[in-house]
Design a protein around this ligand. Structure first.
Ligand code: SF4
Length: 348
């Protein structure tokens, strides 16, 4: 494979900003060596090598990449992320989510080290935070997949070229569209997704005593604790860290979420389970801009007005002007609309 990168030089002699950013991204990921040739498209000089190549391929923007395979077939990439994903990282096999496959255990971080890392990552992009997380955790790092943000994380993890694991809490109450979506994500990324089910003993006891819709009367905590919180704790017992799609603007309980923290809410893993939140500074619009730009699969329920999607009986489409989580447990007070998955004893 031979790769040519075309960069644009402006009339003032500077490289265009997007070209500089693309080069920095490739260097940050250790992929710059994979670019065999750089050609300049010089503004106002139609005969410059990059301009000629752009004209030949009908490309109007820079940077772009021309990838020629062994048979001489050429492909053009206008997106550096798509180029990385399809040409430079496709050979990496996703890790199994089984405990037996995990690599070495990273040294635990002290509170001071964690604070230092948070400071160092402060100006990092979500992709850079993801890279940091997977560099540290590898297959010991899991993405708990359910919503739109989580597929963005899977997309970023895949682009990083590093091993990672994915699991999904199958509460037994998800929409049929969500089950189909899970399978679509699995095949789109070629990534195993482990489905984690509730413990049948407490579940059967709850349903026998209170029926299938007790949450409308008693609040959602009891049902969520059996169908979500305990299975999550069990699933995370296999890993040394998890990567979440939490954003600060999602809910009053998430406004102080840092990029890296200890998860102090997972029983016996207390103090040893790292939680990384690459999207803390993103808005919902940022998530959807990424999904659209990179063709990330999304749950078809979003096209029917659902914003934050959980279990079918506890999710409804949000009304115009409502907060994005207004469709979750809508019969309860906004500050109680968490299912216990992200409630740490230190306020995260
Ligand atoms: S979201 Fe609703 S159905 Fe799902 S676990 Fe929680 S209370 Fe139960």
């Amino acid at each position: 494979m031979h790769v040519t990168m075309v960069k644009k030089r402006l009339e003032n002699g500077n490289a265009c900003e997007k070209c500089v950013q693309a080069e920095e991204l490739l260097k940050a990921r250790g992929l710059w060596e994979r670019i065999h040739e750089v050609l300049w498209a010089v503004e106002g000089e139609p005969n410059s090598p990059g301009m000629v190549l752009a004209e030949k391929n009908g490309v109007l923007t820079a940077p772009f990449f021309v990838v020629r395979d062994e048979l001489g077939t050429e492909r053009i990439y206008r997106s550096v992320l798509k180029f990385i994903r399809e040409c430079l990282t496709a050979a990496v096999e996703p890790a199994s989510v089984k405990a037996g496959s995990v690599a070495s255990v990273p040294e635990p971080l002290s509170v001071d080290e964690l604070a230092q890392i948070e400071r160092e990552l402060e100006d990092s992009s979500p992709q850079q935070v993801m890279d940091w997380a997977l560099q540290r955790l590898g297959a010991n790092g899991a993405i708990a997949f359910s919503g739109a943000e989580d597929v963005v994380l899977i997309d970023m993890a895949k682009q990083s070229g590093r091993p990672f694991s994915v699991f999904c809490l199958d509460t037994g109450r998800l929409h049929p569209e969500t089950y189909e979506f899970i399978d679509r994500v699995r095949s789109h990324y070629g990534t195993p997704i482990e489905l984690v089910s509730p413990d049948p003993v407490p579940l059967q006891a709850l349903v026998k005593a209170k029926g299938l819709f007790s949450f409308y009367e008693d609040g959602h905590e009891e049902c969520c604790s059996i169908r979500k919180v305990e299975p999550l704790r069990r699933a995370l017992g296999q890993f040394h860290g998890w990567i979440t799609g939490q954003r600060r603007d999602q809910s009053p309980t998430r406004r102080d979420v840092p990029r890296v923290q200890w998860d102090t809410n997972q029983g016996e893993k207390e103090g040893s389970l790292l939680k990384v939140n690459p999207l803390v500074h993103w808005s919902l619009s940022d998530v959807w801009a990424y999904i659209r730009e990179y063709g990330v699969p999304y749950n078809p329920l979003h096209d029917r007005g659902f914003v934050s999607i959980g279990c079918a009986p506890c999710t409804r489409a949000a009304r115009p002007g409502e907060h994005e989580r207004a469709g979750r447990w809508w019969w309860e007070d906004a500050t109680r609309r968490e299912c216990g998955l992200h409630l740490g004893r230190h306020g995260h």
